[in-house]
Design a protein. Structure first.
Length: 378
């Protein structure tokens, strides 16, 4: 089964318009209504936040309980199985804060070569810390939500719709267990509930004009799409790998204590045509390092925080996770099967990102897709 016992991602669904959404896990082509199956009203609250705040022991116990019920007590669970084609999927969490990192050596190097051809591709700090910025939590939307082409300044005295609308194929990490202001986060798995696919849409022309000296702002904050499914860390135990070798050795608080590289293979499609297959396992900075850096100054974690890896890009041209790289800033447009070409996204284009990871016993863990369609500027 593609979505079997070894997977069981969490999501939020409703069956009827006006109904309060409920928490479930995906099992095959169904959603298990957890409030009914487990007789626990924490799953009837409309988001995962209340459950995530219970902490890692509750996450482990609940996953084991669900697996046991589905494998040995199926008759009891059956009344609480809802066909997937009969539900609407919602944003699975109440997003508290959103942070986007910049953790791919290949992606950062490609953009450096593109925009600073006479300099070193990487800025001096890049190999010393995971570079990141704060995004807008209120513009994180669930997969399937249309994305309106943003307008903004594209140069001195120039205003209008973005002509260089782009994607960023990323992996997101959802925080369940918080920290107090002034303290640092502990072990990665004690705070992070699970992973999700993210597309951090980007208006490259707006971003290029505004980002000096403080970094991304309106060119990024108009929409960030996330999958409706959050895959628990426990489902990715077979996907864990040692992180990429780092030079120079990071400072003490950034040194890896456990292997939290992840052997995920992403796939990016434009209008149904696969254009890239970025490998996540090659990322330079791993998610435990992102978490450590994000909280080393005492910044508090909140239940529902979302942080993302930044664009996932590999060393080969067909492994780049953004159009600006795939087309080299429009100089080498993509050719699609219908005969059209794309430098950047056009109105009506649909972008879908999927991912898989190795599971136990030779199984394959499928992460829920994230998809969005571009609507014209208003």
């Amino acid at each position: 089964m593609a979505w079997g016992l070894e997977n069981l991602p969490y999501g939020v669904f409703s069956r009827h318009e006006g109904e309060t959404p409920r928490v479930g896990v995906r099992y095959g082509d169904h959603v298990v209504d957890l409030a009914g199956a487990l007789h626990d009203e924490v799953f009837a609250t409309g988001s995962l936040n209340a459950f995530m705040s219970r902490g890692p022991a509750a996450w482990r116990d609940t996953r084991t309980l669900i697996q046991n019920k589905l494998s040995t007590d199926h008759a009891v669970v059956k009344p609480h199985l809802v066909p997937l084609d009969q539900v609407t999927l919602h944003l699975p969490i109440e997003v508290a804060d959103y942070v986007d990192f910049y953790c791919s050596l290949e992606h950062a190097s490609n953009l450096g070569r593109m925009f600073r051809p006479d300099e070193e591709p990487l800025k001096p700090n890049w190999r010393h810390l995971p570079v990141g910025y704060h995004g807008r939590a209120g513009t994180v939307v669930v997969s399937g939500t249309p994305v309106t082409r943003p307008s903004g300044q594209r140069g001195a005295g120039l205003f209008g719709p973005s002509a260089k609308l782009d994607i960023e194929a990323e992996l997101g990490f959802v925080v369940g267990a918080p920290t107090a202001l002034g303290e640092r986060a502990g072990r990665f798995e004690d705070h992070v509930f699970g992973v999700t696919l993210v597309n951090d849409w980007s208006a490259r022309d707006i971003q290029a004009w505004e980002y000096v000296p403080l970094g991304p702002f309106l060119g990024k904050s108009f929409a960030t799409s996330m999958s409706p499914w959050i895959t628990p860390l426990a489902a990715l135990s077979e996907a864990r790998v040692e992180g990429r070798r780092q030079d120079p050795e990071p400072l003490g608080y950034l040194r890896r204590e456990e292997p939290w590289g992840l052997d995920l293979r992403l796939e990016v499609s434009v209008n149904g045509e696969v254009v890239s297959r970025p490998p996540y396992r090659d990322m330079y900075w791993t998610p435990d390092q992102m978490l450590a850096h994000m909280t080393v100054n005492g910044a508090a974690l909140r239940t529902g925080d979302l942080y993302a890896s930044g664009t996932v890009s590999g060393s080969e041209p067909g492994e780049r996770g953004s159009l600006i790289e795939l087309t080299w800033n429009g100089a080498e447009p993509l050719k699609l099967p219908d005969g059209s070409a794309r430098a950047f996204l056009e109105d009506g284009d649909t972008v879908t990102i999927t991912a898989t990871a190795p599971g136990p016993g030779g199984t394959v863990i499928t992460l829920g897709e994230v998809s969005g369609r571009i609507e014209p500027a208003r």
